[in-house]
Design a protein around this ligand. Structure first.
Ligand code: 5GP
Ligand code: MN
Length: 318
């Protein structure tokens, strides 16, 4: 924490295609550092998704850092690339604190605080508040609870334990509204997104326990849906009883394919995501690949099939 105490201008960076934990943990820490008199810039390459724009401070999040800074803190980023274009070459000489809960974290920081037992980076920020004696205000609690709720899909993922629930209780006790956070960040979604899901669901592919589908640019254009992540769809499909693994391919501009994966407890998609240059958690992982949809699909499904087969046979991957 010495690094933080010494710093005056802190740049917080969270990952591209931000989710609720990315935004919530960055805002929570941002508020805490500001209360300690730091000048804080909060940055993310992509704009804050509309579902998180109600969070206090979200309007301060910028897409690139213009001013000077003397410390960089990355949040919820499992590797350096996840910081996207916000991390400029001139920041290489600055100390970088890497705070994350992904088991696949590549420890790219000067200081690395990685805790895969935390269900969300937001949970780590709450424990940090206690360590450094920062007050957890109602605004901070709302941001952090959003991180906990979104990464656990409302405390339903297999990693939820007493510590996570205790963290949520604490945040509710200081004023965060669990119903409001849940409704705004998990339940509500635009009609166009659901219509898009409908199209993807009408073309599901299922083989040997692996369920996959894709969201193409032309589907998005037809329904005027922005280039958001397709996490909601992958999460929804992971509830299909027959599916052990779910893979959702999302086509982005410029030949970029975003791949989201889910696995039932007992199987692990983080390692296959890592081998494809991405990362994540055993039950929810992803990667971003360059190429056309059909070749990326072939490559990824091949790797996933092989990995699942080996895991079912109880073999470790070489
Ligand atoms: P989602 O499918 O919800 O976008 O992502 C599931 C998990 O995989 C999240 O923990 C997310 O951080 C991780 N993930 C998704 N895409 C990528 C990626 O391109 N690279 C890395 N390193 N992790 C990813
Ligand atoms: Mn997270």
């Amino acid at each position: 924490m010495n690094l933080v105490d010494q710093a005056r201008q802190v740049l917080l960076i969270t990952h591209v295609s931000p989710d609720g934990d990315a935004i919530g943990s960055m805002l929570g820490l941002g508020w805490m550092l500001r209360a300690r008199g730091k000048s804080v810039t909060m940055a993310c390459e992509d704009r804050v998704p509309s579902v998180y724009r109600w969070l206090p401070g979200s309007e301060d999040i910028v897409q690139r850092c213009a001013g000077p800074c003397d410390l960089v803190v990355s949040l919820d980023c499992s590797d350096r690339r996840r910081m996207g274009t916000v991390f400029q070459p001139e920041f290489e000489s600055l100390p970088l604190i890497n705070i994350d809960h992904h088991v696949t974290n590549t420890e790219f920081g000067t200081v690395n605080w990685i805790d895969p037992s935390s269900v969300a980076t937001a949970q780590m920020i709450l424990s940090l508040a206690d360590v450094i004696g920062s007050e957890v205000t109602e605004d901070i609690a709302t941001c952090l609870l959003t991180g906990l709720v979104t990464d656990t899909r409302g405390f339903r993922t297999s990693n939820v334990d007493a510590v996570a629930l205790g963290a949520a209780l604490r945040l509710v006790e200081v004023g965060a509204s669990f119903p409001e956070v849940t409704r705004r960040s998990l339940e509500q979604r635009p009609l166009a997104s659901v219509l898009l899901w409908g199209q993807a669901i009408s073309d599901l592919h299922f083989e040997e326990g692996i369920l996959w589908t894709e969201v193409t640019q032309s589907m998005r254009n037809r329904l005027s849906v922005a280039e958001n992540g397709d996490s909601g769809l992958a999460n929804f499909l992971s509830g299909i009883r027959e599916a052990d693994v779910v893979v959702v391919f999302g086509e982005r501009k410029g030949g970029v394919i975003d791949v989201g994966m889910r696995a039932i407890p007992g199987l692990d998609v983080a390692r296959v995501a890592l081998s494809l240059g991405g990362g994540g958690h055993p039950q929810a992982a992803g990667c971003t690949l360059q190429g056309d949809l059909s070749s990326v699909r072939r490559e990824v499904l091949g790797e996933v099939q092989q990995s699942v087969k080996m895991q079912r046979e109880g073999r470790t991957e070489e």
